[in-house]
Design a protein. Structure first.
Length: 180
């Protein structure tokens, strides 16, 4: 990533699209797929900014409120075979929690299961879990929270203006010590 300014411009355009297309008179499968695709692309853009020292520590440490549901029983959740999320996760006992932005991005990019819901004409949220977390937790994300979290990365104030590196023996490379 040569210059993050252009990534932020594109990210702002993607987020504007997500805000504009959150409501439909009637959701079709195609509209849900397009929305899901844009969310995944935004998550990938944010993760790309995170994986390179292109965002400051304040934004890098952003967290999002989520509701999580513990995996129950020994049977795995699989695409084939019996079972729905309510058969494998304790949906009766939601737990308020928070996820860091990198974990939020990974849940969307690597999702194993995603179930969406709307209220009235607005796309409201989703139940999602990644292939890595499917044996532990399912997460409920609200669309407003996702857009708000990702918007902090589109803001120019998230850019790095000062940085310090230190040598990491394990990685055999210099890593950002701080980014302000």
């Amino acid at each position: 990533m040569i210059e993050s300014t252009y990534w932020r411009q594109e990210l702002r355009a993607e987020l504007a699209w997500l805000k504009r297309h959150r409501k439909y008179r009637r959701w079709s499968e195609k509209q849900l797929v397009l929305y899901e695709r844009r969310l995944m692309l935004v998550a990938f853009q944010v993760r790309s900014l995170l994986e390179r020292p292109k965002v400051n520590d304040r934004v890098r440490n952003a967290r999002m409120p989520v509701i999580r549901y513990k995996k129950i029983g020994l049977k795995p959740f699989t695409y084939v075979g019996p079972g729905f999320p309510e058969d494998r996760f304790d949906l009766a006992n939601p737990e308020p929690s928070e996820l860091g932005v990198l974990d939020v991005c990974n849940q969307l990019i690597h999702y194993y299961w995603m179930q969406t819901w709307s209220e009235g004409t607005a796309f409201k949220g989703m139940l999602v879990f990644s292939d890595f977390m499917r044996h532990k937790w399912a997460y409920e994300f609200l669309i407003d929270d996702l857009v708000s979290l990702f918007s902090t990365f589109a803001n120019d104030s998230s850019a790095v203006t000062e940085m310090s590196f230190h040598w990491n023996e394990k990685e055999q490379d210099y890593v950002a010590h701080y980014a302000r």
